[in-house]
Design a protein around this ligand. Structure first.
Ligand code: ACO
Length: 351
């Protein structure tokens, strides 16, 4: 019997501070109606500005996951940390978490895959467990988006979507028949890398943005510095998103990568007990559900409460679903994500 990895413990952390759509309307020209209709989001959490970071939120989620796995932080023998909003440009959040949790001098790897970051991180951890190299791998997805959003009307198409939070799992080996991660599937297509991106600060020196002919980047001078006053003046240090283009590709790739995971295991959509899609946008999840003809009870969404928390959205949703008794032993759970890059991924697991 070959070794598989299973989720032995799961935890989540969201900040106390709730920001409703009406709260956002105090800063920008938007409305509860617009946001609800386009995204399904009603509220999101924002980290304490100075008291919480991406890493500290990751630590809180990790503590719960580790406790639920019945181990201690000293038992962890590898860390994979997924985020697009790291505490520092470098080093990564993995080492900050290692220090904060007083772990042994174990390996720490940061994953920069945005919305599909958690599934990518899970897949990496899965390989380490299956190969027999590690016994307790901590996988964290955490984001502090609120620090890097443009809360003026200029940035409203992006700012209203994102929220802060963290989720974590501990992966351990299992030899139980029909339990654990059955397979993971990872994809990328860099052709549309600039459609959903934060260009600055960076080393691109206008190389790619010129090729992509981005209207906002007609001022050649701006990107030629790693960081400049002009970037700040022109609001080019915020994320850029062509929402319509993202939507179109997302609703194609989500079903595709979910089907791929089912086909690889000779299973059908009717076998899925719970699909946890990356919480990008409720409309995207609903589109995917309809396309795959899944019942309401087969899909879990909580974007209404937390917004899009990028690398944290899947572990937060999975944790809530588990806490609500929606994931039970033997259930077939599918995790699927799509995001910036573009990158997309799925993981099929038997709980
Ligand atoms: N409040 C009010 N009006 C707004 C807001 C806002 N927050 N944001 C944009 N608008 C305005 C625009 O200025 C525009 O006005 P105009 O017609 O006068 O120019 C109008 O609303 C329509 O703007 P669009 O950007 O065309 O809006 P769209 O209908 O495409 O909806 C949205 C935007 C919700 C982002 C949509 O494109 C979408 O869902 N895209 C998918 C992207 C996504 O979900 N990304 C999540 C992150 S990526 C990921 O996780 C995969």
């Amino acid at each position: 019997m070959s070794i598989r990895s299973r989720i032995a413990g799961i935890g989540m952390y969201v900040p106390q501070n709730i920001f409703t759509n009406n709260d956002l309307a105090r800063y920008m020209d938007t409305s509860d109606e617009w946001i609800t209709e386009r995204t399904g989001i009603k509220e999101r959490r924002y980290a304490d500005r100075t008291g919480e970071t991406t890493t500290t939120m990751g630590v809180e989620a990790a503590k719960i996951a580790i406790e639920r796995a019945g181990i201690t932080a000293q038992d962890i023998d590898f860390i994979v940390f997924a985020t697009l909003s790291p505490d520092y440009y470098f080093p990564g959040c993995g080492v900050l978490l290692q220090r904060a949790m007083q772990m042994k001098e174990v390996g720490a790897l940061d994953v920069r895959n945005q919305c599909s970051g958690f599934v990518y991180a899970l897949s990496v951890a899965d390989q380490f467990i299956k190969s027999g190299m590690y016994k307790n791998v901590l996988v964290v997805g955490a984001e502090k988006h609120s620090f890097g959003l443009d809360f003026s009307t200029r940035g409203r198409n992006v700012a209203v979507i994102f929220g802060d939070g963290a989720g974590a799992v501990v992966l351990q080996p299992t030899e139980k028949e029909n339990q654990g991660i059955l397979s993971t599937h990872l994809h990328s297509d860099g052709a549309s890398a600039e459609i959903l991106a934060m260009y600055n600060p960076g080393t691109h020196a206008n190389h790619w943005v010129k090729e992509a002919k981005l209207a906002d980047f007609d001022d050649a001078e701006i990107g030629e510095m790693f960081f400049s006053h002009a970037m700040i003046d022109k609001a080019q240090t915020y994320p850029f998103m062509d929402g319509k283009s993202v939507f179109k590709v997302a609703v194609e790739k989500f079903p595709e990568v979910i089907k791929e995971s089912l086909d690889a295991n000779n299973l059908q959509t009717t076998d899925i007990n719970l699909l946890i899609p990356h919480q990008a946008n409720l409309r995207i999840s609903q589109f995917v559900q309809k396309k795959l003809q899944l019942r309401d009870d087969q899909v879990f969404n909580n974007i209404q409460k937390y917004g899009n928390t990028t690398a944290a959205s899947i572990p937060i949703a999975l944790c809530e679903a588990w806490e609500q008794g929606r994931v039970k032993e033997g259930d077939l759970v599918c995790l699927a994500a799509f995001g910036s890059g573009f990158t997309w991924a799925s993981a099929l697991l038997r709980w």
